[in-house]
Design a protein around this ligand. Structure first.
Ligand SMILES: [Fe+2]
Length: 236
């Protein structure tokens, strides 16, 4: 199973606060059946520049790899990416290309927690064209929930964006039915835990995959993961 969105790199954003937490998060993910996990630390263009962000990301990953080797435990395979907060002008920020998911052309973009404007969606679309990347809209379910606006899904579907949702979309009782419906309709392309810690935002791909399987949609979930693997192998 693949976890497409997570914050387990140590002390780089509001996710894992230290190496021990990172190791616990990875161990827990593995126990829940995660084979491959993407590290997607937050990138905020108004607070950081791409070069220093990438240097900090690489340094955090190097430290983590050493700690994993020392620990000797069973961990998922890790690929690097980023969760890029939308900003006006991102469509001409060529440095963002280095933040794509693994070696793939996928770029995980997080809209701000505000009503979605056509201008923003236009710019995200243009980012894909200019940077020759494929934008993926991060945790669309989170906007639906927090903005109390289900039309965000339609906005993403109408523009044929690739859609990532969080495991919570399947787990929360009030959204589970819709999550399973969208999965069965192949409108969801990636699932991530968006885990930040071992407490309130802990790894949770396992419970989501159980609910998916119980609804008879295990095949769909496997298909999502194998499509992503095919996609990654095309670019490595
Ligand atoms: Fe996130």
């Amino acid at each position: 199973m693949i976890d497409f969105h997570s914050h387990f790199l140590p002390a780089i954003d509001d996710g894992s606060d230290c190496l021990n937490t990172s190791l616990s998060m990875l161990r827990e993910s593995r126990e829940q059946g995660v084979d491959l996990i993407f590290a997607t630390p937050h990138f905020y263009a108004d607070m950081d520049d791409p070069e220093s962000f990438l240097a900090r990301r690489d340094q955090a990953f190097s430290q983590l790899k050493l700690a994993m080797a020392e620990d000797g435990g069973d961990f998922p395979q890790i690929l690097l990416g980023a969760e890029i907060l939308y900003f006006p002008g991102m469509s001409v920020a060529e440095e963002l290309y280095e933040m794509r998911m693994g070696q793939s052309p996928l770029l995980l973009i997080e809209p701000p927690m505000l009503p979605w404007s056509e201008t923003m969606l236009d710019e995200i679309e243009q980012t894909g064209k200019n940077l020759r990347c494929i934008p993926v809209i991060a945790h669309v379910d989170r906007y639906a929930r927090m903005l109390r606006d289900d039309t965000v899904f339609d906005k993403a579907f109408d523009r044929h964006f690739l859609v990532q949702v969080n495991a919570n979309f399947f787990i929360h009782a009030d959204s589970s039915k819709l999550a399973l419906q969208y999965l069965s309709e192949e409108r969801i392309h990636f699932i991530g835990s968006d885990c930040h810690d071992m407490d309130r935002r802990a790894p949770n791909m396992g419970p989501a995959s159980v609910l998916i399987a119980e609804a008879g949609l295990e095949e769909q979930h496997i298909r999502l993961d194998s499509r992503l693997l095919d996609f990654l192998s095309e670019y490595t």
